[in-house]
Design a protein around this ligand. Structure first.
Ligand code: HAM
Length: 418
């Protein structure tokens, strides 16, 4: 029996790759306008990085990581997200010293052992953006604004920005205790998961989707009423600037996110069209994380977007053409001319393909059409006698006869003119 792909993984086939190229290209071009540069970190890291960075009590660390023992006994983990690895690299290479407002992005696969469903995979891909060294709320707004500009640039029109502030090390611990006390008082009305979370990580209760838990959750104390003065002022400024830039958003005191490193601003972009897995993008500020992982006390903020989810949402992108010129030799003597012309075209940067199997005109024309060729150059018995190619313009449905020696120059000119 043929071996199948692993559950929760997905092959990206050549016919679907155009959409991926579009979203990757849009990221590269747009992020450069905001001063970001690319960083690429390894797909596996020491397990402790994620345990310390993301938080021991999060679902990601407690049950979703692909962790394995290395041959020397060390524990390694396939990255479940990019932020912790990027922070490690920033510290290790002292990047913040060379750039006090460091802006980096990355794209690539992440691994989480979640239950697979529509839009949820065990290997998925993220576009991930991080800024280090900037405390001002205006960078929060810039990051959010760029995230939305990116979604729009990829062709997404229907989405909602959701915003919250989760406080900081000064005000959140007291709020978490208030929340825990309120939860304990109603513990009997909560699902088993939330009863456990009440003790381990009460904020996660706010994220619970179990219908019977909702009345209790809605009645809980809200973080917005427990922010310290600094967090309140920071959030007010974020909101003011979003309004200044006319960026619509919805406030949600229940947006706590699934990673423990966030402080102050958190945000997500949702799309109803995704069904249950409705988050396209999520992020926030994580000022304590660099220090927590052994670096200097510098602030950070960023977001990550699920590429599979974005591809599901944007209008279909046509299959990419595989060649501009298809060469159709119809008699054996024509093949040498085709091979030479093909080489000349490729050297000049024009993509070209030919038939290697001696097929007839009809089948070669069909193949050229399938490959998306703009021009087909035909060399049959008649053409050989006249020492001329017949060059058919597939878009304009016209054709020209061009001398054997002039064909390369003709096709190079035609394809570069448009
Ligand atoms: P996250 O919310 O865990 O944040 O993931 C960000 C996005 O990745 C989600 O909104 C979703 O689109 C996608 N995603 C997550 N899990 C899956 C999955 N199993 N299958 C498909 N897509 C998925 C983070 O990862 C943070 N590191 C974001 C961040 C960067 N915060 C600051 N900087």
């Amino acid at each position: 029996m043929a071996i199948q792909s692993v559950k929760g993984t997905k092959d990206l086939l050549p016919d679907e790759i155009a959409a991926w190229h579009r979203i990757e290209g849009t990221a590269r071009a747009l992020f450069a306008l905001y001063g970001y540069r690319e960083i690429r970190t390894p797909i596996f890291e020491v397990t402790d990085l994620f345990a310390r960075g993301i938080g021991q009590e999060t679902d990601i660390v407690s049950k979703e990581m692909y962790t394995f023992e290395d041959r020397d006994g060390g524990s390694l983990t396939l990255r479940p997200e990019a932020t912790a690895g990027i922070v490690r690299a920033v510290i290790e290479h002292n990047l913040i010293n060379t750039d006090p407002a460091l802006k980096v992005y990355t794209t690539g696969p992440m691994f989480r052992r979640e239950r697979p469903q529509k839009g949820r995979y065990r290997q998925f891909h993220q576009v991930n953006v991080e800024v280090f060294g900037v405390t001002s709320p205006s960078i929060d707004v810039e990051v959010v604004e760029m995230a939305l500009a990116y979604l729009q640039g990829c062709g997404l029109t229907q989405y909602e920005l959701v915003l919250n502030s989760v406080g900081d090390a000064k005000c959140r611990p007291a709020y978490v205790e208030t929340l825990r006390t309120a939860l304990r008082a109603q513990s009997g009305k909560l699902c088993a998961d939330c009863q456990r979370r009440t003790e381990t990580n009460p904020l996660r209760v706010l994220d619970c989707k179990v219908p019977d838990d909702q009345p209790v959750i809605e009645s809980l104390p809200r973080i917005s009423d427990h922010l310290c003065d600094e967090c309140r002022a920071h959030f007010a400024e974020v909101r003011r600037e979003l309004e200044l830039l006319q960026i619509p958003y919805r406030l949600s005191h229940r947006l706590v996110r699934g990673l423990d490193y966030y402080i102050r601003t958190t945000f997500e972009v949702l799309s109803g069209e995704l069904g249950a897995q409705n988050s396209v993008l999520g992020g926030g500020r994580y000022d304590g994380l660099v220090k927590e992982l052994g670096g200097p006390d510098i602030p950070g903020i960023g977001f990550a977007l699920g590429m599979e989810r974005l591809v599901m949402l944007i209008p279909p992108v046509p299959v990419e053409a595989r060649c501009e010129v298809f060469l159709a030799p119809l008699v054996p003597e024509a093949r040498d001319f085709a091979l030479r012309l093909q080489r000349q075209l490729r050297k000049a940067g024009v993509s070209a393909m030919t038939d290697h199997e001696g097929r007839g005109l009809k089948s070669q024309m069909k193949r050229a059409d399938k490959l998306g060729a703009r021009f087909v150059a035909i060399l049959g018995e008649d053409e050989m006698a006249k020492a001329r190619w017949t060059i058919r313009d597939m878009k304009a449905s016209t054709q020209e006869e061009v001398g054997l020696d002039a064909a390369a120059e003709y096709l190079i000119k035609e394809t570069t003119v448009g």
